[in-house]
Design a protein around this ligand. Structure first.
Ligand code: HEM
Ligand code: HEM
Ligand SMILES: [Cu+2]
Length: 547
């Protein structure tokens, strides 16, 4: 990694690491009476490690003239491995909290092991750790291939990747220590948020600089999706996290918003995190890796662009569907509901476009588990967006809200769509990156596919059942007009479904472990293939069906 840097980049990397060490040291000293000091120490420890790693490079004999490859893929390689590590940790904790709901006593009487602290470790670990690393890794790859240009420098992708992972570490260790800003999917406190802002803006600048030096005049549609993901997440992150810290030496801060405005800001963020982190970013992956793997151009290039603008425009308005029947003005709820229903159109346009791309390649879907991952992802993308639009209808939401139906909807999206498209992309990408003919074992890819599919189906069906039962129990009246069930009775009725979900999760988690093993084995494999599809032939910039 470091040996690839030019001498100038190496010096800059050293300066940046020293600055980071200084910031960490500062937080550790001014925050000595607060828990923030732990994070200060952690950051400076990581920074000193970086200083060391970069520093020893200065003392090595200078390498023979560097052979510059057309593309710079080391950060992508690291990102893929990191995504899988976070995937195992995040989903491991997910399954752990799933079992906690079956056996609520299993917390060892320790604060860090309570459901309330471990749940955000799961959500952050999987969304930002697993999903985010996969997105950064694939976006860097796709951008270089579709722009036919190398990244503008070797340092900034590492700043983005390392910085982003430091942020994720601050986040999950913070929750276990009891630090939280109490905003769902945005729980880290102000100092971590500021740090991420710097990193994310570097990511945006890196993306724009690469686009600017492209040798391909056309900007392939996947880049539009990736770019909207980067731009919108930056806006969401900054606005939702506007807060005043108690002092520079305290982790705690207070949001600039209050009451229903705070709730609306939070769900404008929360929904668009789903939309731009968990959807458009992964659509960027889909629009590149699915056609490449299928060996066919996108069914309709024009539709992919219409769908892009439809999604980008509509999603921004629908956050209020998370606040039905609250103090939020009724017209704002109606607005969110209406736009949510319209949203099914561009969503299905993307899902349909993906599936129609496979027309003529169904025999490949049958034989190739990697392509099947992507096919199933497109199907679940269609299902979960349809379900979301349905749940956004106010009377439907009166049944589904607060129940496990929401959790089922979430996981049909994240397991069926987000994780499956990621696995499909990883299996496509890994042999190319490490220059191998194929994955170490196709049988293991096949095994992973079935573990993932069975796990998802068990999870989602369990939650649909428990969700609808909860909703119905809560609204059942007896002949006297009193509630038919106490709340605790509805909790007890969930036990079998929670156990089933935890078992489904175990299937899914095992699949990710199989994937990790297969990837590591592929990396170590000897059969270096010299012929690698450097630039996938069929799709880039010459959209065959853009007529
Ligand atoms: C092994 C697989 C997984 C298991 C066993 C699992 C389990 C869980 C559990 C038990 C909860 C808490 C539900 C509750 O509070 O009642 C949860 C919430 C959540 N999980 Fe997972 N999960 C898995 C994978 C994933 C993945 C891959 C993602 C995202 C990429 C994800 C995203 C979420 C989100 C966003 C929530 C919050 C849902 C809400 O607030 O409605 N999960 N998960
Ligand atoms: C057309 C697209 C979609 C619409 C209209 C939609 C709509 C909704 C609605 C109405 C809720 C329930 C709100 C509540 O009662 O609290 C919800 C929750 C959620 N959806 Fe979707 N959804 C869509 C697609 C997706 C996709 C593709 C994913 C994941 C990849 C996803 C992830 C989530 C998450 C994480 C929550 C739970 C938020 C929370 O309470 O913590 N949604 N969605
Ligand atoms: Cu939403």
């Amino acid at each position: 990694m470091i040996s690839q840097l030019t001498p100038g980049e190496r010096q800059l990397a050293l300066v940046l690491s020293i600055c980071l060490a200084a910031v960490g040291g500062f937080l550790a000293i001014v925050g000595k009476d607060d828990i923030i000091a732990v994070h200060g120490l952690m950051v400076s420890a990581v920074a000193y490690l970086l200083v060391f790693i970069i520093g020893i490079e200065f003392f090595k004999p200078s390498p023979s003239p560097r052979r510059i490859e057309k593309y710079y893929d080391d950060p992508t390689k690291a990102g893929i491995v990191l995504a899988l590590v976070w995937g195992i940790v995040g989903m491991g904790v997910g399954d752990w909290v799933a079992w906690l709901l079956v056996f609520p006593e299993a917390t060892f009487d320790a604060g860090w092991a309570s459901f309330g602290r471990l749940r955000p470790v799961h959500t952050t670990g999987v969304i930002f750790g697993f999903g985010g690393n996969a997105l950064i890794a694939t976006s860097l790859h796709v951008m270089q291939r579709t722009c036919r240009t190398r990244l503008p420098d070797q340092l900034s992708p590492w700043v983005v990747l390392v910085g982003y992972n430091v942020f994720c570490l601050l986040a999950v260790t913070g929750y276990m220590l009891g630090i939280t800003a109490s905003k769902e999917y945005a729980e880290p406190e102000w100092y971590a948020d500021l740090f991420l802002t710097v990193i994310w803006v570097s990511y945006l600048i890196l993306y724009l600089r690469t686009l600017r030096r492209r040798e391909e005049p056309h900007i392939y549609v996947a880049n539009w999706y990736f770019l909207s993901f980067i731009v919108v997440v930056a806006i969401l992150h900054v606005i939702n996290n506007l807060a005043i810290p108690v002092s520079l030496g305290h982790a705690k801060s207070y949001s600039l918003f209050s009451g229903v405005q705070d709730a609306m800001t939070q769900w404008w963020y929360g929904h668009n995190a789903v939309a731009f982190f968990l959807t458009t970013g992964f659509l960027g992956m889909l629009y590149y890796f699915l056609p490449v793997r299928a060996g066919r151009p996108i069914f309709s290039y024009r539709l992919s662009i219409i769908s892009f603008w439809g999604i980008t425009f509509l999603y921004m308005w629908v956050g209020s569907h998370h606040l039905h029947y609250t103090a939020l003005p009724n017209w704002v709820q109606t607005l969110g509901m209406t736009f949510s229903i319209i949203l099914v159109v561009p969503s299905w346009a993307s899902a349909g476009n993906a599936l129609l791309t496979l027309n003529g390649a169904w025999h490949k879907v049958r034989d190739d588990a990697t392509l099947r991952f992507m096919m199933v992802a497109a199907v679940f993308y269609g299902l979960s967006t349809f379900e979301g639009s349905f749940m956004a209808i106010r009377p439907v939401n009166s049944l589904s809200h607060y129940t496990d139906w929401t959790v089922g909807h979430v996981h049909s999206g994240v397991l069926g769509w987000v994780a499956m498209i990621t696995f499909g992309s990883i299996y496509t990408l890994v042999p190319w990156l490490w220059k191998k003919k194929a994955m170490y074992s196709n049988a293991l890819v096949e095994l992973h596919f079935w573990l993932a599919l069975i796990g998802t189906l068990i999870y989602v069906f369990a939650m649909w059942n428990s969700g609808v039962i909860q909703g119905l129990m809560w609204r059942a009246y007896n002949e006297n007009g009193a509630l038919a069930y106490s709340f605790i009775e509805s909790v007890e009725a969930m036990k079998p479904y929670y156990a089933a979900r935890a078992v489904g999760g175990l299937f899914f988690l095992t699949g990710v472990m199989v994937c990790f093993y297969n990837v590591l084995k592929t990396i170590r494999m000897q059969d270096d293939a010299t012929v690698v599809p450097e630039r996938p032939p069929l799709l880039v910039a010459a959209p065959a069906s853009a007529e």
